[in-house]
Design a protein around this ligand. Structure first.
Ligand code: HPA
Ligand code: ZN
Length: 339
């Protein structure tokens, strides 16, 4: 076997965590059409092929416009269950052992789908996957940053009866023009409620937004973080705090955050001592799930065995799973890599 082929085989076999995944971004066109039909909703596209042909993005907003359209067919608890279960089944077959899933409540409440309908469907699928396969999970409620802080507070109110089911809060959607400081108050309340905190920062937004995520939102993790590399002091601070970056290679390529996978900065991040991890973001839209992301890195950026190990290790260490379970996965990883 060539070195590339053996690294790809290793990446498929290793126990993996997914720390940056929007459940609404796992909506495969075939399933979208099937749920649309059962809910008697008409999509803007006539066929699966037509819809897939529209998946050409030049920036984040291009994608988000389609992402919100797609999720609009989700209406009933069973829709959220089926969506989540299809994703979990897929990544279970890829040796993903732990998932931390974002959902966007405001993307649904805005259309009249109550909070409880969403979370009950998603949570039941997560619980079933845990029962069936021992797959562990964390559920992260994400605020849409193009909406107001008041709307985020309303969402937090709707979430109150379900706080036992919610592990953390995040911040996503259109980044530029919506800096973390806009949400400083609501995240402060979330912290006081004991919720874990993460935020998308530095995907398209400048290093200043990453600083704000650190200083004002007090994130425990950074989603993406690519543009942090433009600021040496920021890199040093992220390394000092040992903050995990949830990097999404195929997403970065599809949304033109990088022009070519060859130029992806993930190896640079590792060299700088940053805790980079590999994740799929919105796999149904970006052309690949977890293993495809690793494969693209192996084929195009020449990551070596040590870097592959480090990425998988960072994913386990940077997750919010229990320490005892982390240890088990790390042991398994060491055995697989002959460490
Ligand atoms: N960035 C911002 N918001 C999002 C993303 C993303 O990559 N995916 C889904 N919502
Ligand atoms: Zn994301």
């Amino acid at each position: 076997m060539t070195n590339t082929a053996s690294l790809i085989a290793l990446s498929k076999a290793m126990p993996k965590t997914e720390l940056h995944l929007h459940i609404e971004g796992t909506f495969e066109p075939e399933q979208m059409f099937s749920i649309a039909q059962r809910n008697q909703v008409t999509l803007k596209y006539a066929t699966v092929e037509e819809l897939k042909a529209a998946y050409q993005f030049t920036n984040l907003q291009d994608f988000l416009d389609l992402y919100y359209q797609g999720m609009s067919v989700l209406i009933k608890e069973a829709d959220f269950y089926d969506l989540t279960m299809a994703y979990l089944q897929k990544v279970h077959s890829e040796n993903v052992v732990h998932v931390e899933i974002f959902f966007d409540p405001q993307g649904h409440t805005e259309r009249g789908v109550p909070f409880d309908v969403q979370i009950k469907g998603i949570r039941q699928a997560l619980e079933d996957a845990k029962q069936k396969w021992g797959m562990t999970y964390q559920l992260i409620m994400s605020f849409l940053r193009h909406l107001s802080e008041e709307s985020a507070f309303e969402t937090l109110e709707a979430a109150k009866p379900f706080l036992d089911w919610i592990d953390g809060v995040g911040l996503d959607s259109s980044e530029v023009g919506h800096p973390p400081e806009k949400f400083a108050k609501v995240f402060s309340v979330c912290r006081d409620l004991g919720l874990k905190i993460t935020a998308h920062a530095g995907e398209e937004g400048p290093p200043e937004y990453v600083w704000q995520a650190l200083d004002l939102i007090k994130v425990q993790r950074i989603d993406h973080g690519n543009r942090a590399l433009e600021d040496d002091d920021l890199v040093a601070e992220i390394a000092r705090q040992q903050l995990t970056l949830t990097v999404c290679p195929l997403s970065n390529l599809k949304l033109c955050v990088v022009n070519d996978m060859v130029d992806h900065p993930i190896r640079t991040m590792l060299k700088l001592g940053l805790k980079a991890t590999v994740n799929s973001d919105d796999p149904a839209y970006f052309g690949g799930y977890m293993n495809d992301n690793y494969q693209a890195l192996i084929e195009r950026t020449q990551i070596n065995k040590q870097e592959l190990y480090q990425l998988a290790r960072n994913g386990i260490e940077g997750s919010w799973m229990e320490t005892a379970i982390k240890k088990q996965h790390l042991q398994q990883l060491d055995i697989l890599f002959d460490n």
